[in-house]
Write a protein that binds this ligand. Structure first.
Ligand code: APR
Ligand code: ZN
Ligand code: ZN
Length: 361
């Protein structure tokens, strides 16, 4: 099958014909219909997350089950599915408590000594997030999948696999936004625009969108932003304080940069909550005023993958979409071929796109 292989960091992905094994126990073979391109794929390619090459990237897929391995009970050929990178064991303390995204035993690889799921020229090729969906097929654990309605368009279902779940879940699961609360979203990529929609769905009052790309604001307003701040020509902290009368109730940082994390904390008002959705590179530390947190009772929380229980959340998000309460069509900037994946990373680097989706025939 055709796949985009990361042979080295900071080099273009190579389009190669590679081998994919048959499903082993508990595994499912999926024909990829579509795969969104997420900033975390680029972060891996740039060496910001430790995933060794050779490896097939891609972790935001939807597709159709082709074959199932022994012991698979929840899926059958023909099922429409979304793949999710959240690995959960089902029995640890966090899984049983209802927070599988914090699972203590996230290994879903094959047992030691088993053949690799992917290989090229007889050499094993690594999988990313058990999915590796920049490829015509995905061989993954049953636990990485959720079954969805057949009438859901698969190119939009794919977005729910990572970006939408990360952003929407940050607003709907990680924190409790009361109706009327003021919310700031910093960074209007696929993740931020989904957090923005989560805020709208909860009935937030002011929803302030911050980005440096002017073209994003029309999109953001269409999705529910009440105010927009272009951080490239306006100092965003005082602008938020002016709009909210002293700081917002909730601020979502959806980029993962040190300066925007600091801005997020500074934009948060008394008793408010800063939600860190973007992943700051592990090599960097962020300075914030501890006194500010104490004296103003500000809270900072991380939000990992939208605090998801994806088999519960994703079908719900699809209902939101099909009933017109969640916009996904607007998030798709372009549909591309697998061969165009390197150009897509360039567009992402320049902030020219919301979500780009690879579609397969
Ligand atoms: N101030 C405001 N906005 C900025 C700034 C800045 N200093 N720098 C970049 N941005 C905007 C970009 O213009 C873009 O609209 O942030 C947005 C980031 O969007 P994408 O690159 O599409 O990223 P996305 O896929 O949404 O993921 C965001 O979430 O999953 C985490 O850490 C992961 O980096 C990822 C982040
Ligand atoms: Zn992602
Ligand atoms: Zn677990």
């Amino acid at each position: 099958m055709k796949a985009a292989v990361m042979r080295a960091n900071n080099a273009p992905l190579e389009i190669e014909d590679i081998a994919i094994d048959s499903p082993g126990p508990g595994e499912v073979l999926v024909k990829t219909a579509a795969c969104g391109i997420c900033h975390s794929d680029l972060t891996v390619l740039e060496g910001g997350l430790p995933v060794p090459p050779p490896c097939v990237l891609g972790h935001e897929p939807a597709g159709i089950v082709e074959e199932v391995g022994s012991g698979v009970s929840g899926f059958a050929p023909g099922d429409h599915v979304i793949g999710c990178l959240t690995a959960w064991c089902g029995v640890c303390r966090f899984c049983t408590e209802g927070r599988p995204y914090l699972c203590l035993d996230q290994f879903l690889g094959r047992p030691e000594g088993a053949a690799a799921r992917l290989s090229g020229g007889g050499e094993p090729i690594g999988q990313f997030a058990n999915l590796s969906s920049f490829a015509e097929k995905i061989l993954c654990p049953e636990r990485s999948l959720v079954k969805i309605r057949d009438d859901m368009p698969l190119d939009r279902a794919a977005l729910i696999g990572c970006g939408v779940t990360t952003g929407l879940g940050a607003a709907l699961n990680t924190v409790n936004i009361p109706a009327g609360a003021s919310v700031v979203i910093i960074g209007l990529g696929g993740v931020g625009l989904s957090a923005l929609q989560g805020a709208r769905i909860t009935g937030a009052g002011k929803i302030i969108a911050v980005d440096t790309q002017e073209w994003k604001f029309e999109l953001a307003r269409g999705l529910g932003a009440t105010d927009c701040i272009n951080a490239s020509d306006t100092e965003p902290i005082s602008a938020v304080h002016d709009l909210t009368g002293g700081g917002a109730d909730f601020v979502f940082e959806c980029i993962g940069l040190v300066p925007t994390v600091q801005q997020a904390v500074a934009m948060t008002g008394r008793g408010g909550t800063t939600v860190l959705v973007g992943v700051v590179p592990m090599t960097e530390m962020v300075q914030v005023s501890a006194a500010d947190l104490t004296l103003q009772e500000k809270k900072i929380t991380g939000s990992f993958m939208g605090s998801n229980r994806f088999r519960f959340d994703m079908p719900k998000y699809i209902e939101f979409y099909l009933s017109g309460r969640l916009a996904l069509d607007e998030l798709v900037s372009s549909r591309i071929k697998l061969e165009e994946v390197n150009d897509a990373f360039e567009h992402m680097r320049k902030g020219e796109v919301a979500r780009q989706v690879i579609v397969f025939d």
